[in-house]
Write a protein that binds this ligand. Structure first.
Ligand SMILES: Nc1ncnc2c1ncn2[C@@H]1O[C@H](COP(=O)(O)OP(=O)(O)OP(=O)(O)O)[C@@H](O)[C@H]1O
Length: 451
């Protein structure tokens, strides 16, 4: 694990750094926020940042967000400085590390970050066990693999699972969501840029390809990549070199590519939106993750796993699901798949005050209460009654209500809502911007529940 320390190593922070190193962390150090950002731009593999709160912590968090660094940050400061601790957590710190440092707490933080990264893969249902045994077979090779499945089914977790079982497991695992970044920035995010390559390129930055050198690069939502970048990606895969924007020579890279998608790439090819030659490069083998509703044997084990995880994380003591609660979970359709189950369990842990989690803490409707368009993939075949009651309303208003309601159901997850609605994520984002401009309340990406 790579840890970047921001602040001086001569005092108690230095003691914390030495404890982290003794627990196996590789250290880098920066005296200032500027120097730390330079360090991150030059090497995107940092797993954890520990920052002295007396440095400008708020600025650090804002600048990390502005440059789309998602590295976990821990603030370190005086043990009795409650205000600093509260401010740091509010600004987005994962933890407050009181100084002088406690070596068990540092060990716990390192282990939490590494478990999060490894991601435990729960698979009890035979359908999922079959996918895992295919993954076990292909993991050791260097073949590109395409992972398909609805949003929230666990494509990224499966990609990490493959990386951990590959010969590259000691190398980095780097993931990039191609839909989350505007086309204009995606190129520099993937391939990097030289200083001054375009306005705003204030310093040289390595891209995800270079960050994943000798490891694995997951390109999530590959179907959203625009045609020009598809061509550049294909060239990179063929030539095993990357051209940084503004660079004057290709840089060799050794990266295994895993690509994930929740759209049907064959129909994207038929519509001319995805290159067939790139598809064949990426798709040496396809692993298809079934939606959660088609692997009921996974629902209860996953639910127990998330309850234990969030109870531990929120320090609320051990909690258990009642058998009625488990029955309710088994009867639900989980259109948002494992991510929806995870968010539901996180909320239930926070809402239940005693040791038991019952149906009222889960807050999902029974099957009879679920809207038909969420239960059936053939919504129009079952939605006749609903349509009748809409006569008299404007299409635009009905569309807005449907989009916002679906987004609410998906706990704010844009990708999943777009999949259910059958529109592209870009189209969804444009609509949401329009609604927000008109004053409508648009659910935040995580609906207020920290994932
Ligand atoms: N089998 C599993 N075991 C444990 N956790 C899982 C499993 N599958 C999914 N999860 C959890 O569910 C959440 C969603 O998983 P993940 O991000 O891998 O889905 P995805 O298919 O890549 O979603 P998207 O298409 O929206 O990117 C994550 O928090 C992940 O840790």
């Amino acid at each position: 694990m790579r840890v970047l320390i921001i602040g001086s190593l001569s005092g108690e922070l230095g003691v914390a750094a030495r404890i982290a190193a003794a627990r196996g962390a590789t250290l880098a150090q920066a005296e200032t926020v500027d120097a730390a950002l330079e360090c991150l731009r030059a090497d995107a593999r940092t797993d954890l940042i520990i920052c002295d709160v007396t440095h400008d912590f708020g600025t650090l968090m804002r600048r990390l967000a502005a440059e789309r660094f998602t590295t976990a940050v821990v603030a370190a400061g005086a043990e009795n400085d409650e205000k600093a601790a509260v401010d740091a957590i509010r600004a987005g710190a994962r933890e407050y590390l009181p100084l002088p440092p406690d070596s068990d707490l540092i060990a716990a933080i390192l282990s939490a970050v590494s478990t999060e990264q490894k991601g435990e893969f729960i698979a009890r249902d035979p359908a999922m066990r079959a996918v895992l045994s295919q993954a076990d077979q292909v993991a050791p090779s260097t073949a590109s693999i395409l992972i398909t499945g609805e949003s929230g089914t666990g494509k990224e977790v499966l990609a990490r699972y493959i990386h951990e079982r590959s010969r590259r497991r000691k190398g980095p695992f780097v993931a990039l969501n191609c839909a989350a970044i505007p086309d204009t920035l995606l190129e520099s995010e993937l391939f990097g840029h030289e200083k001054g390559a375009f306005s705003g390129a204030i310093a040289r930055r390595t891209g995800k390809f270079e960050a994943a050198d000798r490891g694995t690069l997951l390109l999530d939502e590959i179907g959203e990549m625009d045609a020009r970048l598809q061509a550049k990606l294909l060239r990179t895969l063929q030539e095993r070199t990357v051209d940084r924007i503004g660079g004057d020579r290709p840089v060799p890279v050794d990266v295994r590519i895993l690509a994930a998608t929740n759209v049907d790439l064959r129909s994207a090819i038929a519509d001319g939106r995805f290159r067939e030659d790139l598809f064949f490069r990426l798709n040496v083998m396809t692993l298809r993750i079934p939606p959660l509703r088609q692997r009921p044997g996974d629902i209860a084990p996953l639910a127990h796993h998330f309850v234990a995880h969030y109870a531990r994380l929120n320090e609320v003591g051990t909690k258990h699901l009642t058998s009625r609660a488990v029955e309710r979970l088994l009867a639900y359709s989980w259109r948002g798949n494992v991510r929806e189950l995870e968010n539901t369990m996180h909320r239930a842990v926070l809402l239940s005050s005693g040791p038991m989690i019952d149906v009222e803490h889960i807050g999902i409707p029974t099957e009879a209460e679920e809207p038909s368009y969420l239960l059936s993939p053939h919504a129009h075949a079952t939605a006749g009654d609903t349509i009748g009651s809409l006569v008299g309303q404007r299409v635009e208003d009905v569309e807005q209500a449907l989009i916002l309601e679906t987004l609410n159901h998906c706990l704010g997850n844009r990708t999943h809502a777009a999949t259910i609605l059958g529109i592209s994520i870009r189209a969804l984002r444009n609509k949401l911007r329009e609604y927000a401009a008109r004053g409508a309340e648009v659910p935040a990406p995580h609906n207020g529940v920290a994932a």
